[in-house]
Write a protein that binds this ligand. Structure first.
Ligand SMILES: [Fe+2]
Ligand SMILES: [Fe+2]
Length: 213
């Protein structure tokens, strides 16, 4: 049942859709009337495809930025050995994710935006320099990864939904591969947040953190 709370939301900071909040769920009603009003010249299919391409570009930039974050974690001697090892594994996966997203774009006759990915990487490097000055750097980096992986999961679920609506089902298997590995990483971080924080605060023995899966 709708409670009448209506707002505007955006996916990846891009196109806007109208959101109705209901008890325990968010309903996204069909957006056809709005597309017609905002983009009178474009067909619905074109609009959906251009949104999808825009969001794939955001996902590409996100993966390239995460490479910077994961490389920093993998090379941080102060981070727990298991965290470094898991970051190294996911760094390789993340490079493959960016390649798969680029492949999705090429299947839609588009290319990754170098502007977006370069900006993301520069911002990530600047963040890395800031956390380096903090004594609890390894905890802050862990939490940044924790949040980033769950955000990735949400993005890939959204992209899979958008691909279905835009008639681009051919890219879904590639997106699902990325989703699966990001879910696994998010799950590993979730399992280990307690141990990582305790390890930092109590200087516990390395055995308290699970080995990389
Ligand atoms: Fe990813
Ligand atoms: Fe990831």
């Amino acid at each position: 049942m709708q409670l009448g709370n209506e707002g505007r939301a955006s996916l990846f900071g891009g196109a806007r859709v109208r959101v109705f909040l209901t008890r325990g769920e968010v309903v996204l009603p069909t957006n056809d009337h709005q597309s017609r009003r905002d983009f009178p010249v474009m067909t619905h299919t074109n609009t959906r495809q251009s949104d999808l391409i825009d969001w794939l570009n955001d996902a590409y930039a996100m993966e390239r930025s995460l490479e910077v974050m994961l490389r920093k974690q993998a090379e941080n001697e102060e981070a727990h050995r298991a965290v470094r090892e898991r970051a190294r594994i996911h760094l390789d996966e993340t490079r493959a994710h960016a390649d798969r997203v680029a492949e999705c774009l090429s299947m839609l006759d588009a290319k990754p935006s170098t502007f977006k990915s370069t900006t993301g990487q520069v911002m990530e490097m600047a963040k890395g320099m800031m956390t380096k000055m903090a004594s609890d750097e390894r905890v802050k980096d862990f939490l940044a990864s924790y949040g980033a992986e769950y955000f990735e999961v949400a993005c890939y679920k959204a992209l899979i939904a958008a691909a279905g609506v835009a008639g681009a089902e051919s890219i879904v298997p590639l997106l699902e591969k990325n989703l699966k590995e990001d879910e696994a990483m998010a799950h590993w971080l979730d399992l280990n947040v307690n141990a990582v924080v305790r390890d930092y605060l109590f200087n516990a023995t390395p055995a308290t953190v699970a080995t990389a899966a």
